[in-house]
Design a protein around this ligand. Structure first.
Ligand code: DAH
Length: 361
């Protein structure tokens, strides 16, 4: 009898192990433990046994039932786990994205920021420091202190953006040039002075080469023995370094500015060869800056003795020289914020212009 039970146990356990899925396992369970199952049938024999055998037989069948039941549960969870693993392996979704290039690869420095840094680098090397003034300026500093009195015609030429007059009649304005920084600097520090002042300026004007806001860099040198030769040398050295050429053909043309005497405008030569523009040679001229020896009235106006101090000043269009150096034909594109333009004309963010390493790479 117990031999039968052991054989049955082995058979059923083998069937359980062999069940390939939950359905097959359920069939094995019903065949063993179901109403007509083989183990259930065994129990029915209990009544026909002699009383002394019933107890041990009953216990043996119950043990068998328990073991089979446990084996089925174990197999069931193994099958369920395997089924889940198979499903997970099959139902995959690729949620990874290609890694985007970071800001160092994608970002670009605006050509104007580049030019600003290049100009600063060159003048810093000559011993200039950088001065600043506000975009919103007083009439007094933008004009009067620069020897442009209220009735002076130069005021009309500037196409000034004015603010509403204040109670005392004075007016603020958007500075029309960086020249008021000359006045601020001379009021704030003693000579010798050697500064440049790059910044935004504003005039009511707009076409392909003019925008209502544009950029200038002002230069000012004040000392006791400064003369026109210094001015000329300084601007020539600047142009050679800036355009990265050994020689630059330049022309100093007599001109007039109220705040300088004598005054000169400076042109540089350029040649057009097909699509290419060559700077510093050829027969065409392009004006890039105004300059001159600081007018005695300007010096006296800030309390400097014109008998003792002289100096020179210049004002250069940053956008103008940027367009020239990097071949950008339309100034309005500078401020349009078009990322395609920036991608084309912009500079890599870590390539700082240095005289040692090269200004533009
Ligand atoms: N401020 C002048 C302008 O905007 C440019 C200029 C001319 C600046 C002569 C100077 C200078 O410092 O000396 O047109």
């Amino acid at each position: 009898m117990s031999g039968d039970i052991e054989t049955l146990e082995r058979q059923v356990l083998t069937e359980i192990e062999g069940a390939a899925d939950l359905q097959a396992l359920e069939a094995v369970r019903i065949a063993a433990l179901g109403k007509k199952g083989r183990i259930t049938q065994l129990m029915k024999r209990l009544g026909g046994l002699p009383p002394e055998e019933r107890k041990s037989f009953g216990q043996a069948v119950n043990t068998l039932k328990r073991r089979v039941g446990e084996a089925i549960e174990a197999r069931k969870s193994a099958l369920a786990e395997a089924a889940l693993a198979a499903r997970l392996a099959q139902e995959t979704a690729d949620i990874t994205l290609p890694v985007r290039p970071g800001p160092l690869a994608e970002g670009r420095i605006h050509p104007l920021s580049q030019i600003w840094d290049e100009v600063t680098e060159i003048f810093a090397d000559m011993g200039f420091s950088v001065a600043e003034g506000p975009d919103i300026e007083s009439d007094e500093l933008n004009f009067t202190k620069l020897n442009i009195p209220p009735e002076h015609p130069a005021r009309q030429d500037m196409d000034t953006f004015y603010f509403k007059p204040r109670a005392d009649g004075s007016r603020l304005l958007l500075r029309t040039h960086t020249s008021p920084v000359q006045i601020r600097t001379m009021q704030a520090q003693e000579p010798p002075i050697r500064i440049i002042a790059p910044g935004r300026v504003y005039r009511c004007d707009s076409d392909q080469t003019h925008t209502p806001m544009f950029h200038q860099v002002e230069g000012l040198v004040i000392d006791e023995e400064t003369h026109l030769g210094h001015l000329k040398w300084c601007l020539e050295e600047f142009c050679k370094a800036f355009f990265e050429v050994d020689e630059v053909k330049m022309r100093f043309r007599a001109s007039h500015f109220p705040f300088t005497e004598p005054s000169m405008e400076v042109d540089i030569a350029y040649a057009r060869r097909g699509n290419e523009i060559r700077i510093g040679e050829g027969e065409d001229w392009l004006e890039i800056l105004g300059s001159g020896m600081v007018h005695p009235n300007v010096l006296a106006g800030v309390g400097l003795d014109p008998e003792r101090y002289q100096g020179f000043a210049f004002g250069m269009g940053l956008d103008r020289i940027a367009m020239l150096k990097y071949g950008m034909p339309d100034l309005r594109a500078f401020f349009a914020g078009d990322v395609r333009w920036l991608r084309h004309y912009g500079f890599a963010p870590l390539e700082q212009p240095t005289l040692a390493g090269g200004l533009s790479r």
